[in-house]
Structures are given as C-alpha cells and as structure tokens.
Design a binder for this molecule. Sequence first.
Ligand SMILES: *Cc1c(COP(=O)(O)O)cnc(C)c1O
Length: 387
Amino acid sequence: MFNKARRIQELPPYLFAEIDRKKRAAMAKGVDLIDLGIGDPDIPTPGRIIQRLSETAAEPANHRYPSSSGMMEFRQAVADWYDRRFGVTLDAATEVTSLIGSKEGVANMAVAYVDPGDVVLVPTPAYPVYAIGTRFNGGDVHFLPLTRDNGFLPDLASIPADVLERAKMLWINYPNNPTGAVCDLSFFEEAVEFAHRHNIVLCHDAAYTELGFDDYWAPSILQVDGAREVAIEFHSLSKTFNMTGWRIGMAVGCAELVGTLAQVKSNVDSGVFQPVQEAAILALEHAEEFLGPIREVYQERRDTVVDGLHRAGFELPAPRATFYVWLPVPGGWTSTDFTARLLDEAGIVTTPGNGFGDPGEGFIRMTLCSPAERLKEAVERLRQVSL
Ligand SMILES: *Cc1c(COP(=O)(O)O)cnc(C)c1O
C-alpha cells in the first residue's frame, strides 16, 4: 500500500534468514543448540553498577530530559578513564559526547558528514552499520577487503585516485569484529597520515579495546600524534562491562567532529537516561576492578575453544582480543554450507563469514558468549563432524 523509502527498499537481503529459519526448526525439534552466533555477552553486568542505577533512578532530578551530549560528570569520567587507560588527555566539554550505544553514533556520523556522491571507505568483512549509515545518507561505499594475506588491515595504498578524490570518510575497527584481528600503533599512524593527506574524516570503532587476552591491551587511535585533528573514536560500555542492553557509549577526539555529531544528536535524540550515565560513571571509575574478572572469563573460554579446535585439526591463530574466533572453513566447503552442517550435525549455531562481506567467504565466526562448559561441549561435537 505504501512505498517504502528507497533507502529501505535498497537494503541488502538479510543474509542470516536461512540460518535463523534452521535454528528455529532445530529448536522446535528439541535439539540442544549451542549458540555461538550471537555477539552479546551472557555474563551479567557487575552488581555495583546495577545498584548505582537503582539508587539514582529514585531521584526526581533524573526523571527529566538529559542533555543529548551527556552530563558533564559522565563526559569527565570518560576523559579521566582515557587519561588513565591510554594516556590521552581529552577536554570533556568539547572532545567527548555521550552516545545511546556506539551504534547510534556510528549511524549518525554519516548524517553529520555524508552527502550524496561522497565516498566512504569501509572495510569488508565488517560490522554492517558503517556501510548502511553511508547508504542511508546517499553516500557510495568503497570497500577495503580484510584478508588473511593483508593481516586483516585495509590496504590504503590500493585506493584508486578517482575514489580518493571523492572520499569523505574512512572507517576502521580494532580489535576487529568479525575477524578478531588487532593492529598496532603503526597502522593507526598510517591511517592518521592518510586522513591528513587526503582531508578524510577518520572514524575508529574501538568497541573491543578492553577485551584482550594474554596481557594484550589494545591502543586508542588518539595516542597517535595528529589524530586529534582528523580522528573520532567510538567507544562503548557495552562489551567492556557486559552492558549491551543499557545503551551507553561515547565518541571522543577531534572537537570539530565530536561537535558536529553532537549537533546531529541534539536534533534527533534527547540523550541517555541519567541513571544509566551515573552507573556508567561508576563503571568507568572502577574499570580496572570490573575488567579483571571479565577478562579472565573470556581468556578461559578462548583457550578452551582454540585449544579444542587445534586438537580437532583446525589451523588458526589464537585471537589476541574480542570475543570472536574467525575460523577458516575446511577445504571444499563454503561458509554457508559449513555453517549449515555444524547446525544439522552438531547443533552448533555459527555465522558464515560472507554474511559480513564477500571477503569473509572461507571463514565462519564463532563467539565466546557462552559458558566454558558449553564451549567445551561445542568443540567435542565439532570433532565428531566428518570433514
Ligand atoms: C557491538 C559493536 C558495536 C556497538 O555496540 P553498542 O552496544 O551500540 O555500543 C559497535 N561496533 C562493533 C564493531 C561492535 O561489534
């Protein structure tokens, strides 16, 4: 009856529909499914953070509209945490804004800077919002493949001159979803230099910096000299403190970019419920205490899965961060077929790598968002699948 807006009609087909259908069918048959598909922590938010929300929710002052760019106290807590964690000094008033989860900020960044005809440089495979945000605003996506050969780092030198001329923005994401790859400061330096040289808005999605293994602590792009003039970093409490449902994140860095994003937000949203900001302040102030046990849990899970996969004959490097395992599919199988076999023969739900972009073909993504016993069971079952 009503024609959907062209931007909605033009959305790509939902690639996981078939997996979802099979998953529901298996569940209806009573199969004991192990879901390694979802990237959403199963561990609860630490109790003291919840308690802070309850206490502050009772205060009438918190029942009114918050500011769309966040309470000064929250922004200062973000700045203090960046200082302690990364040695990066931020001006809370101009270089920090709150977000209703970083996904909101990623999508609105395109509203802030992308006009029809602009090109946005987007890695692939990747979190889908970079490309979708671009297209919703009439921009063209130029994909930068992340492959085993390039160490899952985009080859900035490969971008054709005519594309570069129209390029407005570059997205990068380390530690990376879905590949689990990390990068060191030298790649960030290259990206910052590239952004300066071509006058490109540099966006770094840093959602997983805190989830490292073996004493690995991921860097912030703002540690690079000159980043403050061209780069904005998107961060979130979601993955760090098991707070995905709370919807709170932050964008920090270049004051001009943060300011424009805040300007968009002031026109479309009214910020984050203040008790959620109060709870986030407590989380950031005690980040080190909360994170220790969370990192231990993921470390045990990663070791369980990676050791089990190695024993089952799979060859893959152990990820150094994130809660994702990017598993090369054994010879002859497509990602989709292998995912279907794992579901049919072992009751294991995984995500085919090509669902995140074509160069993800040949891989499947497994998440570490299930208890270690379930992951152990999954690896046992996987060994029974004839390859
Ligand atoms: C989970 C995730 C986010 C978004 O998290 P929010 O809950 O919206 O803060 C952003 N980027 C990547 C790569 C993610 O995996």
